[in-house]
Write a protein that binds this ligand. Structure first.
Ligand code: GDP
Ligand code: MG
Length: 172
């Protein structure tokens, strides 16, 4: 079987690169080029075994024109981010979710976890937790509030996604 591809998605500046680097290297990068799409191979556990997983830290999704050709359309599982201090990133995430589902032959049960990032910026919150959790319930998608900066719930977010992979695509 080909290796599992996890795409980290969300609009520019929500913290995709920061969260990915925090997960893989346990530090918060000071600067990360927002235009670069990076891909990492790591080992993750799902279906009771460790497997090679490719994590794609996507970039440049503001240009949806060539969506079909991007890594975004080819993921097996998605960590979908918005930032709690950006209402526009929250709206973008909902559009993104619809595009991903369409790209997967309207399969709504695709492994996805929604990450409300930058939870350390509570004082600047623009997106109510209640609204997000209601949306996530309606699409049956787990939700976690995280911070790439403090490290809060970063590992948990990836862990929850692997649990969804195990549930949706049981590995024999
Ligand atoms: P990307 O475009 O989605 O890859 O976003 P980046 O990872 O490049 O982050 C964009 C900006 O947000 C950078 O200045 C990061 O330092 C900052 N950032 C990322 N995650 C967090 C977080 O959890 N909390 C705070 N306060 N800032 C963050
Ligand atoms: Mg980035």
């Amino acid at each position: 079987k080909r290796r599992l591809t996890v795409c980290v998605v969300g609009s520019g500046g929500v913290g995709k690169s920061s969260l990915t680097v925090r997960y893989l290297n346990n530090h918060f990068p000071e600067f990360y080029d927002p235009t670069v799409e990076e891909s990492y191979i790591t080992q993750m556990e799902y279906g009771f075994d460790a497997h090679d997983v490719e994590i794609v830290d996507t970039a440049g999704q503001e240009e949806f024109m060539l969506f079909r050709d991007t890594a975004l359309a080819q993921g097996d599982a998605y960590l979908a981010l918005f930032a709690i201090n950006s209402v526009s990133s929250w709206y973008s995430l909902q559009e993104l979710r619809d595009k991903i589902v369409r790209e997967h032959e309207d399969e709504e049960n695709i492994p996805m976890v929604i990450v409300a990032n930058k939870s350390d910026l509570e004082a600047y919150r623009q997106v109510e937790f209640g609204e997000v959790s209601e949306y996530c319930r309606s699409i049956k998608c787990p939700l976690v509030e995280a911070s790439a900066k403090t490290g809060l719930n970063v590992t948990e977010g990836f862990r929850m996604l692997m649990d969804r992979v195990s549930e949706i695509q049981p590995v024999k």
